[in-house]
Design a protein. Structure first.
Length: 94
């Protein structure tokens, strides 16, 4: 899949990165004043890069170890659904 196909309308290459923070992220990371961020719903993960935040793009699912293990143990089906959604992304991290 071509990178241009993953790019959102208006996103232009070479103009720096904008971090996309999912609207459901309860305590988003602070990236500092020089890193632009935008909040919107992401289909998978908590963070992405503007223009690459859809399937075939880039997704990061951020969990504390406690939350990650708790979900694996107490809500395994939800954890597995998240892994399936992440598989649609070329670059993904948990």
């Amino acid at each position: 899949m071509s990178r241009a196909r993953n790019r959102r309308p208006g996103a232009r290459p070479g103009q720096g990165l904008t971090i996309v923070v999912d609207t459901r992220e309860q305590r988003p990371l602070e990236f500092g004043p020089d890193v632009p961020t935008v909040r919107r719903k992401i289909d998978a993960g908590d963070y992405s890069i503007d223009g690459h935040d859809g399937p075939g793009g880039f997704a990061v699912e951020r969990n504390s170890l406690e939350d990650c293990f708790g979900t694996i143990i107490s809500d395994r089906p939800r954890f597995e659904r998240e892994l399936v959604r992440l598989q649609a992304y070329t670059f993904r991290a948990l």
